[in-house]
Write a protein that binds this ligand. Structure first.
Ligand code: 13P
Length: 235
């Protein structure tokens, strides 16, 4: 199982340190063998990882250069970061990243050997059009993405489920994951309103290999509880 915590623009560097101390102690005390990845904000990337990986929420696909406000490979390498989140819906819909930019980012960081957590997911109006429209929409989000990249993890996060408390039904999740599984051997994560109350049930579903958690991951206690639920599933 793979459990990821996406802090988004939450937590200071100091808060992240305290959080990592709790999660790392929990992982070692409980002999957790699942993969745990935390994506803190840029300011908190300077952490010496013990048993929990640190990933970056975004990166600009260049070594370095005149790209005001961006963070490039050189800065990530300084902190030993080798894991990146690409294609998150907040970057697609709020920041306005296009599929072309996302694919360029993917190619660059794949060439640099990063583990890539690649996010896809449909907005509500697409979901309401039914499963064919939904799969077509996700298909377009795979344009320019090498689905056989060995260090690829795919996170399906319906936009309407992010931060809303809504989740697709278990049947819908299994349907979508069946279709995704036919396309790629990459581990498949679910994201969107994952909480302590539903994480175990979601992780137990067919073809679900883990979760990408936003708001509920901000509590180290809750995130550890989800890690414990994953360990019990022995998937
Ligand atoms: P929430 O868990 O807050 O719904 O966010 C999900 C998400 O966007 C993780 O990347």
């Amino acid at each position: 199982m793979i459990l990821c915590a996406n802090f988004k623009a939450n937590k200071t560097r100091q808060e992240t340190r305290a959080y990592m101390a709790v999660v790392e102690s929990f992982v070692s005390a409980n002999d957790i063998t699942d993969t745990i990845i935390v994506f803190p904000p840029f300011t908190a990337l300077d952490h010496d990882p013990r048993n929990v990986l640190i990933g970056v929420q975004n990166g600009y696909p260049v070594q370095n250069g005149a790209y005001t406000g961006e963070i490039a490979l050189e800065q990530l390498e300084e902190f030993g970061i080798k894991t990146i989140l690409i294609g998150h819906s907040e970057r697609r819909h709020i920041i306005g990243e296009t599929q072309e930019q996302i694919a360029a980012k993917f190619r660059f960081f794949a060439e640099e050997g990063f583990a890539i957590v690649y996010c896809v997911g449909e907005p509500l109006e697409i979901r309401e059009e039914g499963n064919n429209a939904l799969m077509r929409y996700i298909e377009a989000q795979f344009e320019g993405i090498d689905l056989s990249y060995p260090d690829l993890i795919i996170a399906y996060e319906p936009v309407w489920a992010i931060g809303t408390g809504l989740t697709p039904s278990n049947r819908d999740i299994e349907l979508i994951y069946g279709a995704l599984r036919a396309k790629t051997k990459a581990p498949l994560l679910y994201g969107g309103s994952v909480k302590v109350d539903n994480a175990g049930e979601i992780m137990a579903l067919n073809n679900v290999d883990g979760v990408l958690v936003g708001s509920a991951s901000l509590s180290a206690h809750d995130f550890c509880e989800m890690i414990a639920q994953a360990a019990e599933l022995k998937k």
